[in-house]
Design a protein around this ligand. Structure first.
Ligand SMILES: Cc1cc2nc3c(=O)[nH]c(=O)nc-3n(C[C@H](O)[C@H](O)[C@H](O)COP(=O)(O)OP(=O)(O)OC[C@H]3O[C@@H](n4cnc5c(N)ncnc54)[C@H](O)[C@@H]3O)c2cc1C
Length: 555
C-alpha cells in the first residue's frame, strides 16, 4: 500500500489541528461532561456510527482508526489533554473514522448541549476546537483518509452533481473516474453485478447506486428532520448572505432554520480565491469561507437542511408565514430572510444544454478543475467571476482561453484582476470573440468561436467551456408574494415606499423589508446591491437586526 504523506506521529506536530487543553480547560470540561473508563482496545464508537459526542482524554489515549489505501489503519493517537470531536457532532452525520482506547483510558464524554455549555464557560476551548476542526480536515487528507468513495465517469453529469453536492456540504470523499482504465481494478473490487453509476461505496461495500440527492442526503446525514415548531426566522439560501444571517441570528438566540437547494456556499462556493474580503490579506477560497461560516452557525445552534428547494413562500402578514419545499414539507416561521442570490445565465448556443456537466460548467472549483488535465479550456465572460475562473484554471492548465465579447477587459473586470490575467502566460485573452457552437457526443470535443471584428470562425479542441456571463435573480419561486423589479430583483425599504408598494402606512419598513411584512431580502437577490461577498455577508447580518426590530426582540 502507498504510504501516507504524513505519518500518525507527524500529524501531532501540527499544534493548531491537535492542540492540548490546559489545566483550567480540563477542569471546565470535567464540570460539563461525565467521566468514562475504557479498557485497552475497547471501541468508543465505530466508523459509520452516528455517535454525536465530544471526548477529552484524561489518561491513557485514544486511537483514531480510518480507511487508508483500502485498509483499516491508525490515523492518529490522542494523548491526555487532547480531544476528539468533529463537525459531525453538530450535523449528526455518521463518522468516517472509529475511536478505540489505547491502554486503560479515561475520557470525559460531552454531548452537544454539554459542549455548548463548555464553550460558554471556556472561550479557550471553543477557539482551539473550532480551529482544530478546520485544520484536521487538511491534515487527515494528507494522511490519506478516504471517507466515502464515489465511482463515476468524468463525462457523467450525475457524478459531477454528486461530487459538487459533497464538496458544498464539506463531506470528505474520494472520486474514482470509471472512464480511466487505470481504475479498472478498483472497480472490480466492488463485485461482479451490473452497477448503475454514480456509485457510493464505503471501502468495497456499495452503499448506493445512482441515487437522488435527497436519498444521499438521508443516507449520509446531511438531511435533517426539521423540528415541527414555529421558527423565529427561516433563511432561504446558504450563500454568503444566508450564512451571515445564520451566524448572527443563531448567536443572538433566535430559533433559526437555514434551507438550501444544494448546501453551504452559494456562488462564493464556486470562487477559487476571494481577495477582497476584509481580514484575509492573502485571500481565501469561497469554499473555506463557506465552511468556516457554516461551522460557526452550527456552533451557535442554527439548524441546516439540504437539499431543500423552496417552492413557495406563503406570506401571511401579521401571522405565521409558511415556507413550502418542493417535496411538500411546510415550515412555519415568524419571519423569513430570502437570500437566494442569482444563478449564472446560460448561452443560447447549439449543443450547450446537452453537454451541461459533460464539458459545459457554470462553476470553476476544484471539482471541475480536476476534469480537464492539460487539454484546452474556454472561459466565457469578462466579469470578475470569469477572470477568477481563468486564473484558477491556469494553475493546472497551460491552455486557458478567455473569450470576451467586447474589446476591453478593464471595462467589466476589476483592474487588479485584469492586470493579472493580462500578464498570465497561460491565459490567452480573445477579445471581440463569441461562442457560436460546441461539438461532442458524450463529452465536449470542440468549440466554434467567431471573431466578430473579422467575421472569421475557428473550430478548436476544448475539454471545458466555463460560462460566466451575468446572472438572473433566483426569486421566481416567490411569484407575486413580494414586489420585484422588472428583472426579478426584490425591492425593499425606502425604494419600496417610493414605488408605492408598501401597504403598512402605520410604520416605516426596515431597509431590508419586502412588500410583505416580516419577510426580508438580503444579498444578490435584492435590488440595488453591489454583487459582492462582503456586502452579502453584511446584508445578512443587517437582515437579522431587521428581524429583531420586527419581533420586538432587540435588547
Ligand atoms: C466564480 C465567482 C467568483 C466570485 N468572486 C468574487 C470575489 O472574489 N469577490 C466578491 O466580492 N464577490 C465575488 N463573487 C460574487 C459573490 O460570490 C456573490 O456576490 C455572493 O456569493 C452573493 O451572495 P448571496 O448569498 O447573496 O447569493 P448566492 O451566493 O448566490 O447564494 C444563494 C444561495 O441560495 C440558494 N437558492 C437559490 N434558490 C433557492 C431556492 N428556491 N430554495 C433553496 N435554496 C435556493 C442557492 O443554492 C445558493 O446557495 C463571485 C461570484 C462567482 C460566481
Amino acid at each position: 500500500m502507498k504510504e501516507p504523506i504524513v505519518s500518525a506521529e507527524e500529524v501531532l506536530m501540527d499544534k493548531v489541528a491537535f492542540p492540548l487543553l490546559d489545566e483550567g480547560e480540563m477542569q471546565a470540561a470535567k464540570t460539563c461532561g461525565r467521566l468514562e473508563r475504557y479498557e485497552d482496545g475497547q471501541f468508543l464508537f465505530q466508523a459509520g456510527e452516528r455517535h454525536g459526542d465530544f471526548f477529552v482524554i484524561v489518561s491513557g489515549g485514544i486511537e483514531v482508526m480510518g480507511r487508508m489505501g483500502g485498509e483499516e489503519r491508525l490515523v492518529v493517537t490522542h494523548h491526555p489533554g487532547g480531544f476528539f470531536g468533529n463537525i459531525n457532532l453538530f450535523t449528526g452525520r455518521p463518522s468516517d473514522v472509529g475511536c478505540r482506547a489505547c491502554g486503560p483510558t479515561e475520557v470525559i464524554r460531552l454531548s452537544v448541549p454539554d459542549v455548548r455549555n463548555l464553550v460558554m464557560r471556556s472561550s479557550g476551548v471553543g477557539e482551539k476546537w473550532m480551529e482544530a476542526i478546520l485544520h484536521r480536515c487538511y491534515v487527515l487528507n494528507a494522511r490519506g483518509v478516504e471517507g466515502l468513495r464515489v465511482f463515476g465517469a468524468h463525462t457523467d453529469a450525475a457524478t459531477l452533481e454528486l461530487r459538487e453536492f459533497f464538496y458544498r456540504n464539506g463531506l470528505p470523499h474520494n472520486w474514482i473516474d470509471t472512464a480511466d482504465a487505470k481504475n479498472a481494478k478498483l472497480l472490480e473490487e466492488l463485485g461482479d453485478g451490473a452497477l448503475q453509476f454514480p456509485v457510493i461505496a464505503r471501502g468495497h461495500r456499495v452503499l448506493m447506486q445512482n441515487p437522488t440527492l435527497d436519498a444521499i442526503a438521508d443516507q449520509v446525514g446531511i438531511h435533517r428532520t426539521i423540528p415541527d415548531k414555529v421558527f423565529d426566522t427561516v433563511i432561504i439560501g446558504c450563500g454568503p448572505a444566508g450564512l451571515g444571517a445564520a451566524v448572527y441570528a443563531a448567536s443572538e438566540g433566535l430559533e433559526t432554520l437555514v434551507l438550501d437547494r444544494v448546501g453551504p456556499g452559494g456562488q462564493a462556493g464556486a470562487s477559487s480565491r476571494i481577495e477582497n474580503y476584509t481580514g484575509f490579506p492573502a485571500g481565501l477560497t469561497g469554499h473555506e469561507l463557506a465552511m468556516r461560516s457554516y461551522l460557526q452557525a452550527l456552533k451557535f445552534g442554527a439548524t441546516f437542511s439540504a437539499p431543500c428547494d423552496v417552492a413557495t413562500v406563503r406570506c401571511l402578514p401579521d401571522e405565521i408565514h409558511q415556507v413550502e419545499m418542493c417535496d411538500g414539507t411546510v415550515v412555519r416561521t415568524k419571519t423569513v430572510i430570502v437570500a437566494t442570490g442569482v444563478s449564472y445565465r446560460s448561452l443560447d448556443v447549439r449543443g450547450l444544454k446537452r453537454l451541461r456537466g459533460s464539458g459545459v460548467y457554470f462553476a470553476a472549483t476544484q471539482v471541475e478543475a480536476t476534469l480537464c488535465d492539460k487539454r484546452p479550456v474556454h472561459v466565457i465572460g469578462a466579469g470578475n467571476s470569469a477572470g477568477q475562473a481563468a486564473m484558477f484554471l491556469s494553475k493546472m492548465n497551460e491552455n486557458v482561453n478567455l473569450v470576451v465579447r467586447g474589446g476591453d477587459l478593464r471595462k467589466s473586470m476589476s483592474s487588479y484582476l485584469s492586470e493579472r490575467v493580462d500578464v498570465n502566460p497561460r491565459i490567452r485573452v480573445r477579445l471581440h470573440t463569441e461562442l457560436r457552437g460546441i461539438d461532442g457526443t458524450s463529452e465536449l470535443e470542440r468549440v466554434h468561436l467567431e471573431n466578430t471584428a473579422t467575421g472569421e470562425v475557428s473550430v478548436e479542441e476544448s475539454c471545458g467551456v466555463f460560462v460566466f456571463i451575468g446572472a438572473t435573480p433566483c426569486t421566481s419561486f416567490l411569484g407575486n408574494a413580494v414586489h420585484k423589479d422588472e428583472k426579478g430583483f426584490i425591492i425593499t425599504g425606502a425604494e419600496l415606499v417610493a414605488s408605492g408598494k408598501w401597504n403598512y402606512p402605520g410604520r416605516v419598513p426596515c431597509s431590508l423589508e419586502t412588500s410583505c411584512a416580516g419577510v426580508f431580502a438580503a444579498g444578490d437577490c435584492r435590488a440595488y446591491t453591489p454583487k459582492r461577498v462582503a456586502f452579502a455577508v453584511g446584508d445578512g447580518a443587517l437582515a437579522v437586526s431587521c428581524v429583531h426590530d420586527f419581533l420586538g426582540t432587540y435588547t
